[in-house]
Design a protein around this ligand. Structure first.
Ligand code: HEC
Ligand code: HEC
Ligand code: HEC
Ligand code: HEC
Ligand code: HEC
Length: 290
């Protein structure tokens, strides 16, 4: 009896270990240097790196089971409990990692330039929409071109954290020569690494949320103005994120776009005091899925 259970455990463990190692391979990050560590406040968002805890639980489990067998006596209750806890813990890690598959909460890739939102949107109070100009009017918020940076960085050559090193990269990409103040060098395109990525089968529109819905950037992206390196703050999940808000959040019924809706009758009929997003189709599969 014990041996069959044990071999099931073993097979299960091998599978769990395999999963754990695979996931951890994606977690490796390179760095620009000391100032590019992920801010302390944002460590631990997302599933994190579960490799070490997993291995520890595995070692505990193996030790307990093998010790129990070698003495040729039954495992004591305590040891059984310890083994069980180790398995449950590994199961929990596997669950957390499997849930996070295809989602990227906690993802904070290193960018080609150490662009800090904390320095710009935080300390210097620059408005989000100064750079993300399209957020109010189109589907994508968009990332500014380096020419927008030059509005200030044709003057500001030095930062207090990174010195001249990172700002010089802007000039490099643009082919700008700060000595002659001319664009007299060859330029090359910059490739920012995209942080937020919904699957292709989902439709999301910024204007609908920022302009019509009056949802703050931070509700979805977290306190970006405190981040030196952008991290995906929330798990962009269908249920807990999108639908949860759509079921609770009221819409602006005075929006002329909704003039054909009979909101007053809807409220009376359904006995509700506000029209939430799901009442106008925000929970229909087809509004978010192609
Ligand atoms: C001075 C220009 C500037 C300002 C101001 C600014 N951003 Fe950004 N933002 C950028 C650049 C450049 C990137 C791309 C590099 C990066 O991800 O750090 C970016 C990236 C982002 C991303 C990640 C995009 C992705 O790849 O998924 C989010 C989210 C974001 N900004 C939100 C905000 C919010 C919210 C504010 C206001 C609190 C703000 N930004 C203010 C320039 C700016
Ligand atoms: C209702 C939630 C929500 C709000 C509010 C919101 N965003 Fe986003 N944002 C997202 C999602 C989801 C994505 C990923 C979109 C995708 O992958 O198609 C995203 C992507 C981005 C990106 C990456 C480039 C792009 O356009 O896809 C930037 C930059 C960004 N947001 C900035 C902002 C800024 C600035 C604001 C406020 C003016 C804002 N967002 C408000 C949910 C939101
Ligand atoms: C509205 C003005 C403004 C814009 C636009 C702007 N910056 Fe800055 N940036 C500043 C100021 C001011 C500082 C200096 C902050 C300090 O003293 O460290 C700075 C500092 C920096 C630094 C050095 C940070 C440090 O503390 O070491 C980098 C790198 C940088 N900016 C990159 C960019 C990039 C890339 C863009 C375009 C996406 C951009 N900036 C757009 C005003 C701006
Ligand atoms: C914090 C709240 C919030 C979150 C989170 C949110 N939304 Fe919304 N959403 C709204 C509001 C408010 C509206 C209504 C805007 C209006 O008045 O037109 C809306 C409207 C929509 C609509 C149009 C619905 C219709 O039929 O008119 C779509 C599509 C949509 N959201 C997709 C998404 C997706 C996809 C996500 C998750 C990635 C998401 N939303 C997350 C608040 C939110
Ligand atoms: C408010 C927007 C929204 C609505 C409404 C919506 N979805 Fe989704 N759906 C998403 C987002 C965002 C994702 C991707 C994120 C994730 O994995 O949860 C997703 C993912 C999925 C997936 C992929 C599996 C998964 O969980 O990753 C399936 C299947 C799915 N949706 C089916 C449906 C069906 C069926 C409906 C109608 C009952 C529906 N969706 C309504 C936003 C929505």
């Amino acid at each position: 009896m014990f041996t069959t259970i044990n071999s099931i455990f073993k097979i299960g463990l091998m599978m769990l270990l395999f999963l754990s190692v695979t996931f951890s391979a994606f977690g490796k990050l390179v760095s620009h240097g000391d100032y590019d560590k992920i801010d302390k406040d944002f460590i631990g968002i997302g599933p994190g790196n579960n490799t070490l805890p997993f291995i520890i639980a595995l070692v505990v489990f193996l030790l307990v089971t093998f010790m129990g067998r070698r003495k040729k006596c039954k495992m004591s209750k305590v040891m059984k409990l310890v083994a069980l806890l180790a398995v449950l813990y590994m199961g929990k890690i596997a669950y957390v990692e499997a849930r996070a598959l295809g989602r990227q909460q906690g993802y904070a890739p290193v960018q080609p330039i150490w662009f800090s939102h904390k320095v710009h949107a935080g300390q210097n109070g620059i408005d989000c929409e100064y750079c993300h100009v399209d957020a109010r009017t189109s589907r994508h918020a968009g990332v500014p071109s380096l020419n927008v940076c030059m509005n200030c960085h044709s003057q500001v050559h030095k930062g207090s954290v990174s010195g001249k090193k990172e700002i010089a990269k802007i000039y490099d990409y643009l082919g700008y020569n700060p000595e002659t103040m001319q664009y007299d060098k060859p330029s090359k395109p910059i490739q920012w690494v995209k942080v937020h990525n919904l699957p292709d089968h989902v439709y999301f529109n910024h204007a609908q949320h920022v302009q019509a819905g009056k949802v703050e950037c931070q509700e979805c992206h977290g306190p970006v103005e405190k981040m030196n390196r952008v991290v995906e703050y929330k798990e962009l999940a269908m249920g807990d994120f999108c639908l949860d808000c759509h079921r609770k959040r009221g819409i602006d019924t005075s929006n002329p776009y909704y003039k054909h809706y009979k909101f007053k009758e809807m409220k009376e009929k359904q006995g509700i005091d506000k029209i939430t997003v799901d009442k106008i189709g925000g929970a229909d599969c087809s509004s978010c899925h192609y």
